[in-house]
Design a protein around this ligand. Sequence first.
Ligand SMILES: [Zn+2]
Length: 413
Amino acid sequence: MSHLIRLIFTKRMLLLLILYSTSCISVKKVPFNQIVDTANKKIHFQKKKNFYFKDVGVHFTNQFEGSRLNNVVKINDSIFEVQILPENIPINSSPFYAFKVWGNQTKKIVIHFKYPKQFKHRYIPKIKSNNLWVVADSTRFSLSDSLSILKLSINPAPTLVSAQELHSNESVYSWINQLIVGKEAFVQLKNIGKTKLDRPIKVLDINKGKSKNKPIIVLLTRQHPPEVTGYFAFQAFLTEIFQQNELTDNFLEKYRILAFPLMNPDGVALGHWRHNANGVDLNRDWSKYRQPEIKNTVKYITKILKKNNSKLILGLDFHSTWYDVFYTNKDNELTEIPDFSTHWFEELESRIPKYEVNEKSSNSETPVSKGWFLFGHNAVGITFEIGDETPKDRIEIIGKEAAKAMMNILSKQ
Ligand SMILES: [Zn+2]
């Protein structure tokens, strides 16, 4: 073999070796007591279309990102039944809907929500008109076991009706891009992989100064698409970390944050109730990582930990449920910060007047992120749940004070 060929050959081998070492990060699987099948399932794609009732001049549409509306039936001249289906079953009862409605003329209409019979209405409608979101009050919306009814005054400008405010891919990343302006020295927005439908999975890597041996905190949100109130808390939390003051300066010198602002981009874009485009609940995949969203997230975290000889010490996963609650792990003795949640909750209560932390502690039986933090990394794992209908200004206070309290406690460690 000539020198030249040998040189090319070894260079190529070296390149392959480098590629291999970055793409084949070995991620360790984490065992849980209960196995959940997270293999791909078939999903039902909603048909994107306009529904026009010519005789009464009323239009509905689902032709926008994040919508969910499977069919509309006219009951009489002013009552319309909107039919909403999940992406696949079995699924948690979190019927998400989002559609636009308008009339050729101003008109009062009544909307009946219809789901498959095993599911009940969950979310109070949020209505966007003139660029402003309003929660439907009891004069407009009523909910009983058998029927949920929304009264609406429509006009030629489309009114958006949605289970929660719509914060789809574009709105999440335009918020992120604004947030990180001027902070390029210590924040990087990186693509770490792609979803089934080719949407990017992104991470914000936040690190001031050195990176070797630096403890790492992971923030996650939107594994479940409709859980927007949890995302609001995540926004307030992250915004506080980006404030420039002594507390954040000290904190970011000591800790690195990996923040994942949109864990389920396909599910969010498709208006899903809970699953990704493979019909799987991502927050049951933290054992074997069969879904691209979790696999790429775990790979990235593992790569950063190994490269920097760092330890993951805390993971916060922002969700929504019926009320505000912190789900914690029972056994934190082996973690680096075993008393963290006790101190965090105490400080949170002292910072927010008339606020009482609702903590539910349990061992994670199914493969959820909270259990993965503990069993996989001996890290404190907390599911930060905000109520579906907790007011936005309240969420902002909780998210903000939670970030300050965390930084304060960890800066003293
Ligand atoms: Zn959730």
